[in-house]
Design a protein around this ligand. Sequence first.
Ligand code: PRP
Ligand code: URA
Length: 207
Amino acid sequence: MLKLIDHPLIKTKLTIMRDHKTGHTSFRNNLNEIASLMVYEVLRNYKTKEIIIETPIKIKTTGFVFDKEIVIVPILRAGIGMVQGIQMLVPEAKVGHIGIYRDEKTLDTHEYFYKMPIVSKDSYIIIVDPMLATGGSAFDTITRLDNEGYVNIRLVCIVGAPEGVEKILKHFPNVVIYLAALDKKLNKDGYIVPGLGDAGDRIFGTK
Ligand code: PRP
Ligand code: URA
């Protein structure tokens, strides 16, 4: 299922990110802020369980915690740019990492790093990457996590192309994809149109 998160704050911040004049500091800040806003929506249907706590006036009362661990899985590099924003709302979340880059010419993906925390396989897994273009990087990530037995997987991207969304939903119909915007298409170099350019380069100031 695809969920487009439509909110004026997200739209206006994404406009700043799309603008070629925006430098890496502002790009990164806006990315983290959008990630925070999106995760509020992503977590909406996660279940909580009751715990008993005592307040400062020595009264016991019922409180709530998430019923399972939450694990953020950024796809390196650009996914890193969303982690801090999510941790602002979910500081207890653990972080797994998967390193994947796509060959600039062939667009084939290559995994170079994988490390998950030790958590139960039914933990809430939130894969993050600003860009869902051909869907190759997200597909590899979901395949890897699926093969490892994780069952509660969500994919949170900022900008998606129809090609990427289609690829993920075709192979993983149970995965919910969250996007801030569904753009028109990919260009011949595999960039999302209109998109926001190379997310990794813009976050880290590498170009
Ligand atoms: C970018 C982006 C995604 C991927 C999306 O990463 O951050 O991971 O491309 O494209 P896809 O849907 O066609 O796989 P890139 O490979 O440029 O690596 P980087 O983040 O290290 O720059
Ligand atoms: N990766 C990016 O960083 N940008 C795109 O437009 C497509 C893939």
